[in-house]
Design a protein around this ligand. Structure first.
Ligand SMILES: [Ca+2]
Length: 301
């Protein structure tokens, strides 16, 4: 949690220590320290950063389609994976979220890493969920044996979201945004965050209604049998009415939280519960009488 302290107090409680040319640590009486890992330019456009079981950082670089291991002490960087068919579509597309199975490295043959990225099919971008196996030979790990779990998911050039977490229930949670519909270059496309897929769409594996949703996915890509029914239809959808939920985290007690970008205001942190509607595009932030009103430009085509 960020604590607000007067600037003067913060300055007087901090001590700048230079460890070496590439590392600067800002020590303070606070519980947090800030350090620069490696040189400027070490990473191009990092999108997901997580701790691997060996204490190294695993980082996705969005436009390069690469996953690297970075030593948080020295900044040494080593490539683990390059995904060749990542589609560097303009805007927010590319290699996005990543998480690993909680049992990775525990010797129980569940050394799985999950990633989501944009690819091209025909002339359109889509999002894909893939699984790799982490193989550790002589302390030099690599990602091998790719397997596509789910594809033809909505993608685009804006508000793709793409945050991915493996929950304590061993399900994959994946955020999919509203694709920036109803604004800027996408102003003629309607926001579909409230659209619920029909039974027939799900039967036909048509995932086009997944825009503006948080998905809950079995580890093999299928629809969990205990997912909520929304308007009578069970699908990968766990919650809906989202704009651009780029943050996803589980608390120690198992609650799922998500941060979400608002329309120039009303950024949100939500506790995500199954089957719930989080309001977009009819409500931004709290439901109140403040300035936000939904102007559906796409309906004026
Ligand atoms: Ca909302």
């Amino acid at each position: 949690m960020k604590r607000n302290k007067p600037l003067f107090s913060l300055l007087t409680s901090t001590l700048l220590i230079c460890l070496n040319l590439s590392t600067v640590v800002l020590a303070s009486t606070d519980a947090f320290q800030r350090a620069q890992v490696g040189s400027i330019g070490l990473l191009k456009d990092p999108w997901e950063i997580l701790y691997a079981p060996n204490g190294k950082l695993w980082v996705t670089e969005q436009s390069k389609g690469e996953v690297s291991e970075v030593d948080p002490q020295t900044g040494a960087k080593r490539k683990l994976l390059k995904i060749e068919d990542v589609y560097p579509f303009v805007g927010q597309a590319g290699l996005l979220g990543m998480d690993h199975h909680p049992n990775l490295g525990k010797g129980v043959n569940e050394d799985w890493v999950y990633l989501t990225y944009t690819y091209q099919s025909g002339d359109r971008p889509f999002q894909r969920l893939v699984r790799y196996r982490y193989e550790n030979l002589n302390d030099l790990g690599q990602f091998v044996d790719p397997k596509v779990l789910l594809e033809n998911l909505p993608s685009g050039n804006d508000h793709i979201s793409g945050r991915l977490k493996v929950g304590p229930d061993n399900k994959i949670y994946l955020t999919i945004g509203d694709m920036g519909a109803n604004q800027f270059g996408n102003k003629c496309k309607p926001v579909e965050s409230q659209r619920i897929p029909s039974f027939e769409e799900i039967q036909q594996q048509d995932w086009s209604a997944y825009k503006g949703k948080i998905l809950r996915i079995d580890l093999d890509g299928s629809i969990p049998s205990d997912n909520p029914e929304v308007s009578g239809v069970r699908s990968h959808i766990f919650s809906y009415g989202h704009r651009n939920a780029q943050g996803l985290a589980f608390s120690k007690s198992g609650y799922l939280f998500s941060s979400e970008h608002g329309p120039k205001s009303d950024d949100e942190v939500n506790r995500i519960e199954e089957g719930m509607n989080y309001g977009w595009p009819h409500i931004a932030g709290r439901q109140d009488d403040q300035a936000y009103s939904y102007c559906n430009w796409s309906s004026a085509r």
